[in-house]
Design a binder for this molecule. Structure first.
Ligand SMILES: C[S@@+](CC[C@H](N)C(=O)[O-])C[C@H]1O[C@@H](n2cnc3c(N)ncnc32)[C@H](O)[C@@H]1O
Length: 190
């Protein structure tokens, strides 16, 4: 598991204001979404800690690849579009890994809005964000002020650190944790 993720996961219930977690399943009762999951390599980590995981991708090939990885698990693998995904229940955590930077920049405001919409009040989006000069892509790097503006409209950043072993393709990767406001954002999410 990525060191940043393994350090973060035990702190997640506390960030969400949960007390008295189950020692062997500290994420029991939490709902985790992995949008643009690709092979969904990280899905098993969350599920192994007791979370209910939804891994979603709009590519049939990605979903088939994820199915090969996710043998013997109880989560959901959804073949669908993140932007129109409308589950009955919100999520506690959305895990970001190479999804935002795969999207053309004109979709970024929709990404921020949909992420906020899919999270419960107080929910968290955490993961690896690709910083750099906003040149051609994909992957599409984000300048620091771009993400601050984009996600700051709905979230408060509660962690930000350089990634110990960034992927060669993502040299400016940073681990970040953003938390949605605890009140309903109905007006801003219309
Ligand atoms: C660069 S890959 C990252 C995969 C994975 N998260 C990883 O870290 O290896 C981006 C993924 O996002 C998926 N994707 C792009 N736009 C999407 C959308 N609107 N809805 C769902 N999946 C999408 C692509 O099919 C692709 O599998």
């Amino acid at each position: 598991m990525h060191p940043e993720l393994s350090r973060f996961l035990p702190t997640l219930p506390g960030c969400l204001g949960h007390t008295g977690t189950t020692p062997n399943a500290p994420l029991h009762g939490l709902r985790v979404l992995i949008p643009g999951c690709g092979h969904a390599f990280e899905a098993g980590c969350f599920a192994a800690l007791g979370a209910h995981v939804v891994a979603l991708d709009f590519s049939a090939a990605a979903v088939a690849a994820a199915r090969e990885v996710l043998t013997d698990w109880k989560g959901e693998l959804v073949h669908g579009d993140f932007f129109t995904y409308a589950p009955n229940e919100g999520f506690d955590l959305i895990f970001e890994r190479a999804f935002l930077c795969a999207l053309p920049r004109h979709l970024w405001p929709d990404y921020a809005r949909q992420t906020a919409r899919l999270l419960k009040p107080g929910g968290i989006v955490a993961g690896f964000f690709f910083y750099g000069e906003e040149g051609k892509g994909p992957p599409f790097a984000a300048a620091p002020e771009t993400l601050t503006q984009l996600l700051g409209a709905y979230f408060t950043r509660i962690d930000d650190q350089a990634v110990a072993n960034p992927l060669p393709l993502f040299p400016g990767e940073r681990w970040q944790v953003w938390q949605r406001g605890k009140t309903e954002l109905a007006a801003r999410l219309e």
